[in-house]
Write a protein that binds this ligand. Structure first.
Ligand code: SAH
Ligand code: SF4
Ligand code: F3S
Length: 471
């Protein structure tokens, strides 16, 4: 698949015209008042980045944004299909809109994103939620203006599930949520087909953006004050393989790193099967690259890794970790883990526990396996009960809590550079984050939000640090 050449296309003139037409229609309907959109995003940063494009297109179509669905003319949920729980939340929240639509029949309710690429889900929405007027999947983003226009002018419901056309689209306007923390997609889709995962089915094949386009977007973000930029892709290590002139991810990030400015560069997600020494060296030598590696290992058991189709084993994973620890001074390691994959035994699970004890991760994202329709794992025998899996899951959390607490305690007394991100509602303390992605809470003025500061770590509480400004 890596020989597929992906052609990048520009957002077409036609879509720009549709945005203009939407603005005109809404101006008449709202009698000159600004139309309002309410957008709720579920799932990962890829979805957040897609929502920022949708907001960009809506802003160009004359919309402003509201945090209250009751005030909105257009309500959109950008959905996630990765686990059943994510889907259940969407169904629950969409169901709750029924009364709102009854009260304000002119509201347009729409659903988009990963869930909508699944036929059985789109059918369920069509049949059970007649008040949803517009549905489109991840492959239809580039003609969202056209879909929105046709939902507004026709009385018919618009349902579209794209097929994977192996293209990506440039030139879509972006309205970023943050002013100093931002997402920068470098690629879309996934070719890995881990047996439990729905992402390749709902996001299509791997497509990389051209290096120069990414570089100029990064430059623009840095010039306009972004301090924390995360490069996004499902497997950033395979960035550039499909480009007419292939480029490695290590080369891309090292080039971005040469841009002058005061900022941190992060990336996610890195797949262990092809996390190269070149990339680890790039992090070690980077001026702006965070000393943080998020490297999901999913399971510590080779048998389960094979059944998951992950293409690495425990030994290879630990070698990569050892190299990262050796080269990157004070590296912060994080990971994703699935508990209760079909056929996993307690013996397999103990291998996961021993791996986390060995590596000592800063933090973990832990999930109980959730069968996804259409994936190979959903057809595998899964004899372990939900109660048993929950027991293992709690055991995993307890072990990690102990490790995180130990790691955090070891940081007490040290001085860390942090980015101040916001104010904690309950205590009025400032929230900040280290380059290694550890949360630090401290006293200080909200004027500091969006700036880098040096902080002396005074206390550790589980995985959260307390600190004080040193200047
Ligand atoms: N591309 C990334 C992860 C994308 S999904 C990677 O390969 O690392 C984020 C995480 O969700 C995965 O790392 C995995 O731990 C979890 N996940 C994916 N599918 C799942 C499923 N069916 N059940 C439970 N967890 C799942
Ligand atoms: Fe899913 Fe695997 Fe692709 Fe990650 S690499 S998105 S877990 S298929
Ligand atoms: Fe969910 Fe789609 Fe991301 S399934 S995790 S929103 S790629």
């Amino acid at each position: 698949m890596s020989d597929t050449v992906i052609v990048a296309d520009k957002l077409s003139e036609k879509q720009l015209e549709y945005m203009q037409l939407i603005a005109e229609i809404m101006e008449i309907r709202k009698r000159g008042e600004k139309p309002l959109a309410f957008i709720r995003t579920y799932g990962c940063q890829q979805n957040v980045a897609d929502s920022e494009k949708i907001k960009g297109m809506l802003a160009k179509s004359g919309f402003s944004f509201t945090d209250t669905p009751d005030d909105a003319d257009f309500i959109l949920f950008n959905t996630c299909a990765v686990r059943e729980h994510a889907e259940d939340r969407v169904f629950g929240n969409v169901g709750a809109l029924k009364n709102l639509k009854r009260k304000h029949p002119q509201i347009l309710i729409a659903l988009c994103g990963c869930m909508m690429e699944q036929e059985h889900i789109a059918n369920r929405i069509y049949n059970s939620f007649p008040f949803v007027g517009l549905v489109f999947g991840t492959h239809s983003l580039h003609h969202f203006p056209e879909l929105l226009y046709s939902s507004l002018v026709n009385s018919k419901r618009v349902f579209e599930r794209g097929n994977d056309d192996k293209k990506l689209y440039e030139g879509i306007p972006v309205k970023r949520d943050g002013t100093f923390k931002g997402w920068l997609p470098i690629m879309y889709g996934c070719n890995n087909f881990c047996t439990y995962c729905i992402v390749p089915y709902v996001r299509g094949r791997e497509r990389s953006r051209e290096k120069d386009i990414i570089l100029s977007e990064a430059r623009e973000m840095i010039q306009s004050g972004y301090k924390d930029i995360t490069l996004l892709g499902q497997n950033v290590n395979s960035y550039g393989k499909t480009l007419p002139e292939p480029v490695s991810f290590a080369k891309l990030i090292s080039e971005i790193d040469t841009i002058d400015g005061d900022y941190w560069l992060r990336f996610m997600t890195s797949h262990p099967k092809d996390c190269s020494k070149e990339l680890i060296d790039a992090i070690a030598n980077g001026r702006h690259i965070s000393k943080h590696l998020h490297l999901p290992f999913q399971s510590g058991s080779d048998r389960i890794l094979k059944a998951m189709n992950r293409h690495y084993d425990r030994k290879k994973y630990l070698e990569t970790i050892a190299y990262a620890k050796e080269k990157i001074d004070g590296v912060s390691l994080t990971s994703d883990i699935i508990v209760g994959f079909p056929g996993e035994t307690y013996e397999d699970f103990k291998e996961t526990l021993s791996l986390i004890r060995e590596v000592e991760f800063t933090s973990l994202f832990t999930f109980i396996y959730s069968p996804r329709v259409g994936t190979p794992a959903a057809k595998m025998d899964d004899p372990i009960s939900a109660e048993e899996k929950s027991k293992w899951f709690r055991e995993l959390l307890d072990v990690q809590e102990e490790i995180a607490a130990k790691r955090c305690s070891a940081m007490v007394g040290a001085t860390e550079r942090v980015l101040i991100e916001g104010v904690k509602e309950k205590t009025n303390e400032l929230n900040a984050r280290t380059s290694g992605n550890i949360i630090v809470e401290l006293e200080g003025s909200p004027d500091l939000i969006g700036t880098f500061r040096n902080v002396k770590i005074t206390k550790a509480r589980n995985w959260i640090l307390k600190g004080e400004l040193t200047e």
